[in-house]
Design a protein around this ligand. Structure first.
Ligand SMILES: [Zn+2]
Length: 476
């Protein structure tokens, strides 16, 4: 009854009162907005790229979608993405993602990153300046995305530390929406060096996005240590901190780590986290994470799957591929640990995805949200649809708001919000990508709308659609 009353009240809420037609009307759908709690059959009127009306009365539109039987929700926001190829963004769109961010690793050259995407992206995009990429540039590390040389293994001289700080600050001046910390990949970076980067983040109202040390799918003893280090950085500097993939960084300690984050939040520290719903991780085999893998018992190598061929590794093939370099999947986690992270109200969903090529990659790149909605919400009833949507929309928008105020109009479905909207079939949505065949679109997304334009229509991606816009902090 309350929901119905709310919907009727919303019938009176509109930015404009004239009866002229909207650009687009989404009619008869079950509209769900995690911020207001709205969950009702309401018509949505869109004009000039934003939502202008929610009404129980019929709305007139130049175009109209009949969303009977479908859920209408804010577009999903992905805080963790590493792709460089706009084609891969169409897989994200089919997974309901309307804005995607490279935050955990980030980049050294923020201007270039945005320039490369201008006019080419189906979904909105933003980037952090990255401590690791800047360190790689300063220390002439040859790694691909992640350090594989001096940036991983050498401490920085005072001059190098100054150059790293200057590079990070320059990125913030150029509108980076956060500061990335791939700390597990830069073990030689001192805590003092990291703290200086957090102080810069704080000075610019940005959060740090951290792949914590001392923990990973590749294995390590003291998993809480790296989390406590990251929280200490936030506490001392005053910057917020976001912990990447608590599922894979936490493994069996994920529940304990979630409790640590809950406690830190209760004591006033701005710390948040995310997860992806898969038991396998993925990373570069040549990275520092595998330095400790040179002499493992033979059966340990069976946890590794070479993405290009699908084969499970032996010590011999591990050593061969490590010289060659490339993507390896790590089958180390349990469904119980993943599920604990998925259902915890603290976590957001973020894919940690990267470019999708036929036959190689990780299914999380194409299917993180659809897997949650199909398996954990529909099949297992492990969390409610509204809870899941909150973790895909409102929570990631809120994480970015202090640095990128335009996020206040994303992750919400209300008049005045940006028309980034998903329309999906809750009875059918499901992941289709697998470890062996990661280049498969998710199913069940009927429409994905970005700034009022279709990227997915009638369940099909429109590969010429490029309405994505940069999400960038003000320049300083
Ligand atoms: Zn990571």
């Amino acid at each position: 009854m309350n929901r119905l009353l709310l919907a009727l009240a919303l019938g009176l809420i509109a930015l404009t009162t004239h009866a002229e037609s909207f650009d687009l009307v989404i009619a008869n759908g079950r509209v769900m907005d995690p911020e207001s709690g709205l969950d009702a059959i309401v018509n949505v009127g869109i004009r000039s790229g934003r939502i202008e009306a929610l009404s129980t009365r019929a709305l007139e539109g130049l175009h109209e979608i009949d969303a009977s039987g479908l859920v209408v929700a804010p577009g999903f926001i992905n805080l963790h993405w590493h792709g460089t190829d706009p084609q891969s963004d169409y897989y994200q769109a089919m997974d309901g993602i309307t804005a995607t961010f490279e935050l955990e690793v980030g980049v050294a050259d923020v201007d270039r990153w945005y320039d490369e995407r201008a006019g080419r992206s189906p979904i909105h995009y933003g980037v952090a300046v990255g401590h690791a990429p800047v360190r790689m540039r300063v220390m002439h590390d040859p790694g691909d995305l992640l350090p594989s040389g001096d940036a991983a293994r050498k401490s920085a001289t005072p001059e190098e530390q100054q150059a790293i700080a200057a590079g990070v600050e320059n990125g913030l001046r150029r509108g980076a929406v956060g500061v990335g910390f791939a700390l597990a990949y830069t073990p030689a970076a001192s805590q003092w060096e990291i703290l200086q980067m957090f102080r810069l983040a704080a000075a610019y109202g940005a959060a740090g996005y951290v792949h914590i040390r001392g923990a990973s799918s590749a294995g390590s003893a003291d998993r809480e240590q790296g989390l406590l280090e990251a929280i200490a950085m936030a506490a001392v500097s005053g910057a917020g901190v976001h912990i990447a993939h608590i599922n894979s960084s936490g493994q069996s300690s994920a529940p304990r780590m979630l409790d640590i984050i809950r406690d830190a939040q209760a004591h006033g520290i701005d710390v948040t986290t995310e997860c992806y719903p898969y038991t396998a991780g993925a990373t570069r085999i040549e990275s520092f994470l595998f330095d400790s893998w040179m002499d493992k018992p033979e059966q340990e190598y069976r946890k590794l799957q070479w993405s290009a061929t699908g084969e499970r590794l032996t010590r011999e093939s591990f050593l061969k591929y490590r010289k060659q370099g490339g993507l390896v999947l790590i089958h180390a986690n349990t469904e119980e640990n993943v599920r604990a992270a998925v259902i915890d109200p603290l976590t957001m969903f973020a894919s940690d995805g990267f470019d999708i090529r036929p036959g190689t990659g990780h299914p999380r790149s194409a299917s993180t949200n659809s897997r949650v909605l199909g398996r954990y919400v529909r099949e297992q009833n492990a969390l409610s649809l509204m809870q899941a949507l909150r973790k895909m929309t409102l929570m990631p928008a809120q994480r970015l708001e202090s640095r990128a105020p335009q996020m206040r109009n994303k992750g919400r479905l209300r008049p005045g919000a940006d028309a980034d909207i998903v329309v999906f079939d809750p009875g059918r949505i499901i992941d289709r990508a697998t470890y062996e065949d990661p280049a498969r679109y998710a199913e069940g997304m009927e429409y994905v709308i970005v700034s009022g334009d279709f990227v997915v229509r009638n369940g099909r991606v429109i590969e010429s659609a490029t309405p994505g816009r940069p999400i960038r902090a003000p320049f300083k």
